[in-house]
Ligand binder design. Structure first.
Ligand SMILES: Nc1ncnc2c1ncn2[C@@H]1O[C@H](C[S@+](CC[C@H]([NH3+])C(=O)[O-])CC(=O)[O-])[C@@H](O)[C@H]1O
Length: 323
């Protein structure tokens, strides 16, 4: 059974202790009703070699241990086990010489976001929809005191735990992941910075979602929002049909300016559109660690400015704001 006792102890001693009231029963329900593959993934984690990383670098490639800190046999074992946690979407990682070339170059997103952050030193940071947790490690690199990730994806939880298990203890104690959705979180108003990247378009009710994000940030704290947008002015919002770039669960795609208006209406301050970027075929692509379809398969083969459904290809904006 998955053990969250360390995370819950850390939570008790944090400014977010009030979260325990709702989270503890949610985690019990999660444990009592496990995803079909969870047991198999847990066995993978139990079999990971016990290695001590002398060198850890939380930079563009999250690097845990050098290749000379593990034997070839350890590396073969690591590779075989981590391959069982495929698809690896968010990364890249290099674990004792095993390079996990993920579907996304998540480091490129971080490079677009990082220049616009309030200083993360000493901060309590939440990442809503954190995926494998790649950005959580980058937030620690940028000085955050403790990082908290939430994501309902069970495989992401296990990928995060596999990476964390290989990390030095001092870092393990500062990064936590809970398998819950934002809608399950109470209004904590306790995080200094809240990130939510790549989630807004998956929410049926984006205004409620932004309100929930606001309710998590302490007064004066920062929101860092990244999402797919469309071209247009303050009045432009698109709702695609059943699929957008082959994704089924896409709801509202506002223009960056319309999104700014939403944030303003909800009482956010200091709203700034800090980046606007078309996702390139080099940023999201099929790799050996994600062998399924990727962006190239979702775009019109004759015009990569369009999705195969005939919509504008994904453009992503980063917006920052304060509470
Ligand atoms: N209700 C929810 N609450 C929280 N998370 C959710 C919810 N619903 C879905 N997610 C999670 O939001 C993440 C969206 S991916 C962005 C990952 C990372 N942030 C990135 O910016 O690379 C976007 C993409 O790749 O399209 C997934 O991990 C979902 O499980």
């Amino acid at each position: 059974m998955i053990d969250f006792s360390k995370e819950l102890r850390a939570l008790l001693q944090s400014p977010h202790a009030q979260w325990l009231d709702t989270l503890a029963p949610q985690l019990t329900a999660f444990k009592n009703n496990p995803h079909g593959n969870l047991k198999r993934w847990q066995r993978v984690l139990q079999q990971l070699p016990e290695l001590n990383a002398e060198h850890t670098e939380l930079s563009d490639t999250i690097q845990v241990g050098h290749s000379d800190e593990a034997s070839d046999a350890d590396r073969a074992r690591l590779t075989g086990l981590l391959q069982q946690l495929q698809p690896w979407r968010k990364g890249p990682f290099n674990l004792f010489g095993v390079f996990i070339d993920t579907e996304w170059r998540s480091d490129w997103k971080w490079q677009r976001v990082a220049p616009h952050l309030d200083d993360l030193n000493g901060r309590q940071v939440l990442d809503v929809g954190c995926g494998s947790g790649y950005h959580l490690w980058r937030m620690l690199e940028a000085g955050a005191e403790t990082v908290w990730g939430v994501d309902p994806g069970e495989l992401f939880l296990m990928q995060f735990r596999a990476i964390r298990q290989l990390m030095p203890l001092t870092l393990q104690q500062r990064a936590h992941f809970f398998p819950v959705g934002i809608e399950q979180m109470p209004e904590l108003k306790s995080f200094d910075t809240v990130f939510s990247m790549g989630v807004l378009y998956h929410r049926r009710s984006p205004i409620d979602f932004l309100q929930q994000l606001k309710g998590l940030i302490r007064p004066g704290g920062q929101l860092v929002l990244e999402t797919i947008v469309v071209e247009g002015d303050e009045t432009t919002v698109m709702m695609p049909g059943e699929r957008y770039a082959q994704m089924r669960n896409v709801w509202f795609l506002p223009s960056a300016r319309a999104l700014s208006v939403w944030l303003e209406r909800l009482g956010f301050k200091d709203i700034a559109i800090v980046d606007h970027n078309t996702t390139s075929l080099d940023e999201q692509r099929r790799t050996q660690w994600m062998t399924g379809e990727s962006l190239a398969d979702f775009l019109d083969p004759n015009d990569t400015n369009m999705t195969i459904e005939g919509y504008q290809a994904p453009i992503r904006a980063v917006i920052t704001a304060r509470v």
